[in-house]
Write a protein that binds this ligand. Structure first.
Ligand SMILES: Nc1nc2c(ncn2[C@@H]2O[C@H](COP(=O)(O)OP(=O)(O)OP(=O)(O)O)[C@@H](O)[C@H]2O)c(=O)[nH]1
Ligand code: SF4
Ligand SMILES: [Mg+2]
Length: 420
């Protein structure tokens, strides 16, 4: 069966949803009429869209329908919303009451849907309303928007490139460890502290192990005693040296817990690649946008007293003692950037309602518990606010010096081909 991306077309009655459907299918798929409430049931079309592949389009009834049939129609709209990957929200800019649109946007956002706005221009004079709408309804200003005339067949030439540029397809996948080669050895350095679950690896560790094995290469786990290593315990270093010497074939790379980068960057021989789980994970969840996170750390050069650095974790895991986000990174910031305040945001909804006005940098965890879509939405929001974002692994590597940062990023250079 073909995995289709599902695109739902939503909006008020008579906003031009069915016209948009027909524009995409290039056929009279849906009935278009000036009578409000023409589309009573969801209308479905299976088509191939150039650049997007096979898609299922769902044209829905107007969500402002008040008739006796309204409830049944609304259930259908909800079903379509649940099913779709991309919400095309059609807005007639002459109608400036947008409460219903906002409700839909909130529902769509909570369920990780991607959203784009289609301002359907019935009258050229309505153009001026669009910026007003975006300003008035700030939330709408966050989404990519296109202005077109749904009944103009030429509008398709605008709409398709716009969708390709702004939509991340469901089947887009990124190679978790693109530099892994068949029949090579890879060390996973897993110190295991109080936060480590007893019977399993953390998600990034388990994913790395599975990925390396799937590629017919060999993952080898090593438990480093970080306390002893940092305390200069001679035997801990000897244990590491003996471990490394036991390989007949030199391991190709070490993927370490970012917390151990201070030790690994010194103990790992120069001819073995080094990176961290956190960097691997953020590259994966951001769909190969590691470069942006590496660039983001440059903001540290310009932070001043009174500025804020936001530490963001995408889940609410239990935090014990020397937790990286609540203890280790804040300590480093306090020490190296006096007067810069550290803020925290945890959980999936973390960016909602957060006051970003003084935030100069976001330092994000690996993000293993959120979807690519949600991460993309987060990056887009920050981009619009002009706030750079970096990641735990990058931050901790830089704390060991520019050359260490260089080293942990090196395995990814020119490797980040997106795979569809
Ligand atoms: N001038 C102009 N008219 C349009 C445009 N888009 C749609 N219309 C007209 O607006 C009316 C409603 O269009 P539809 O596409 O049926 O709207 P809808 O949102 O599907 O409406 P319902 O199914 O009733 O909810 C029709 O008469 C269309 O011809 C446009 O871009 N410009
Ligand atoms: S989402 Fe972030 S904080 Fe939570 S387990 Fe994954 S990497 Fe750690
Ligand atoms: Mg319709």
């Amino acid at each position: 069966m073909i995995e289709r991306d599902v695109i739902g077309i939503f909006g008020k009655m008579n906003s031009g949803k069915s016209s948009l459907m027909n524009l995409l299918t290039q056929q009279e798929t849906s009935i278009v009429d000036s009578a409000p409430g023409t589309t009573a049931d969801s209308k479905i079309a299976m088509i191939e869209l150039h650049g997007l592949g096979p898609v299922k389009l769902i044209d829905t009834a107007g969500f402002d329908e008040q008739s006796a049939l309204g409830d049944k129609k609304r259930n259908k709209i909800h079903a379509a919303l649940k099913e779709c990957d991309l919400v095309l929200l059609v807005i007639d800019p002459s109608k400036t009451a947008l409460d219903a649109e906002l409700r839909l946007v909130n529902q769509a956002y909570e369920t990780d849907k991607q959203i784009v706005l289609v301002f359907n221009l019935f009258d050229d004079g309505d153009k001026t309303q669009i910026e007003e709408i975006k300003l008035k309804v700030g939330q709408l200003g966050h989404f990519p928007a296109i202005v077109l005339r749904a009944i103009d067949p030429q509008a398709r030439n605008l709409l398709l490139p716009f969708l390709i540029q702004n939509y991340i397809p469901r089947n887009l996948a990124v190679d978790l460890l693109p530099f892994v080669e068949r029949e090579e050895f890879y060390i996973l350095n897993i110190p295991m502290d109080e936060e480590t679950p007893v019977e399993r690896y953390l998600r990034p560790q388990a994913m790395a192990e599975a990925c390396i094995t799937r590629k017919w290469a060999y993952p080898v786990s090593y438990r480093m005693d970080l306390e002893k290593a940092r305390g200069g315990d001679r035997f801990e270093k000897v244990r590491w040296d003996v471990f490394l010497a036991s390989f007949k074939k030199k391991p190709k790379a070490i993927i370490t817990d970012s917390q151990a980068i201070d030790i690994i960057s010194v103990w790992a021989p120069d001819d073995i690649l080094v990176t961290t789980f956190s960097i691997m994970m953020i590259n994966y969840t951001s769909l190969a946008r590691l470069e942006g996170f590496v660039k983001g750390i440059e903001a540290l050069k310009t932070v001043r007293p009174g500025d804020e650095v936001l530490i963001a974790e995408a889940c609410n895991h239990s935090r014990i003692k020397e937790d990286i986000g609540t203890v280790q990174i804040p300590k480093l910031i306090e020490k190296l950037y006096p007067g810069v305040a550290v803020k925290h945001a945890f959980g999936r909804e973390m960016f909602d309602n957060f006051d970003f006005s003084r935030v100069k940098l976001v330092v994000h965890c690996g993000g293993c518990m959120i979807s690519n879509q949600r991460m993309a939405a987060r990056l887009r929001d920050l981009d619009r606010l002009g706030i750079p974002i970096t990641n735990y692994g990058i931050f901790l590597a830089l704390m060991q010096g520019e050359e260490v940062l260089h080293r942990v990023v090196a395995p990814w250079v020119n490797q980040n081909e997106r795979i569809r």
